[in-house]
Design a protein around this ligand. Structure first.
Ligand code: F6P
Length: 341
């Protein structure tokens, strides 16, 4: 069998572990040939690739980023994108393509699968918002980075009697904010799923200081927004691919809380540091399992499917199902967080 693998969309700790796993399972166990496309779908659309053998994936298990590179280019961005992809798959004699990506990548994967291409998807995103899998690799690493930052910020906040407003990633969902906020014992967690009331948030933080505490930590997901009419807030517009560009809710909230409370507040935008560096052991294991199962699915001819974690098992689910809805933070999780959201 000849398999093509690519990584597309925002990078994520664990991508290299999937690539390594695909190569190990396919080349060593099945005697397959594996090629890796450069920079996501762009590599497939331009037939820009290299052969991946055991040497090529040596020592990459613990490395962050992706040895193949990534981009946000998608077949749908080109008028002849699907036909170009089809042509290159035929020319290169590919029996399977394994795209590893998030929401946008998996939508593109579904489009190509519907067009008859032999696709087996692997989900990735630090945001953990892909509906059909219980967890995506990268999330555990991102939560760990954010939690460590929150722990560190507590000591400096306490020294200066400050409010720290820590903005974490999470475009549409607040999973990183929720988990890091719970793990670090944040005093308020603000997520996109639940537009916040600035009066209520000010009250919660203010009550802490009134009770004699010397600091407060507020975690806010980058995609969070105030309730309409609750606070002035300008939306950030979109980037060249039509993705939402955030205006900086962390900065905005810190200014607002400082003025309302008469307490110093500082914004900390964690940004891409949450996506960089070595994956946790959990993410390496999940990524490795996804890679293994993607190769197996390809050998069974199970195309148009996606690897997913359900409980402790890896299962295959239709790509169409995976891309239809996002996994948002359910209401009961707010209560469990024992904080105000
Ligand atoms: O989807 C993953 C993610 O890290 C989001 O949390 C974030 O909004 C986005 O990617 C940032 O993407 P970029 O790398 O294009 O700035």
């Amino acid at each position: 069998m000849r398999i093509g693998v690519l990584t597309s969309g925002g990078d994520c700790p664990g991508l290299n572990a999937v690539i390594r796993s695909v190569v190990h399972r396919a080349v060593v166990d099945h005697g397959d040939e594996v090629i890796g496309f450069h920079d996501g779908w762009k590599g497939l659309l331009e037939a820009d690739y290299r052969k991946l053998d055991l040497d090529a994936v040596g020592g990459i298990l613990a490395r962050g980023g992706t040895i193949l590179g990534s981009s946000r280019v998608q077949p749908a961005h080109l008028r002849d994108g699907v036909e170009r992809a089809r042509g290159h798959v035929a020319d290169l004699g590919l029996d399977a393509i394994i795209p590893i990506g998030g929401e946008g990548t998996l939508k593109a994967a579904n489009l190509l699968a519907q067009a008859g291409l032999p696709i087996v998807g692997v989900p990735k995103t630090i945001d953990n918002d892909i509906a059909s899998t219980d967890v995506t690799f990268g999330f555990d690493t991102a939560v760990g980075v954010a939690t460590e930052a929150l722990d560190r910020l507590k000591t400096t906040a306490e020294s200066h009697q400050r409010v720290m407003v820590v903005e974490v990633m999470g475009r549409h969902t607040g999973w990183i904010a929720l988990h890091s906020g719970m793990a670090a014992g944040a005093h308020a967690i603000v997520v996109p799923e639940r537009p916040f009331d600035i009066e209520q948030l000010t009250e919660i933080v203010g009550e802490r200081f009134s009770a004699g505490k010397r600091f407060a930590i507020v975690v806010v997901a980058e995609g969070a927004k105030p309730k309409p009419g609750s606070m002035d807030f300008e939306e950030g517009g979109t980037d060249m691919y039509g993705h939402e560009r955030f205006a900086g809710i962390g900065n905005r909230l810190a200014v607002e809380l400082e003025h309302r409370l008469g307490k110093e507040a500082r914004p900390v935008i964690l940004g891409h540091v949450q996506r960089g560096g070595t994956p946790t052991a959990y993410d390496r294991v999940l990524a490795t399992r996804f890679g293994w199962h993607a190769v197996e699915a390809a050998h069974r001819g199970e195309f148009g499917m996606l690897t997913a974690l359900r409980g402790t098992d890896i299962v295959m689910v239709p790509l169409s199902e995976a891309t239809s809805t996002l996994k948002t933070v359910p209401a009961e999780r707010y209560d469990e967080a024992q904080t105000v959201l």
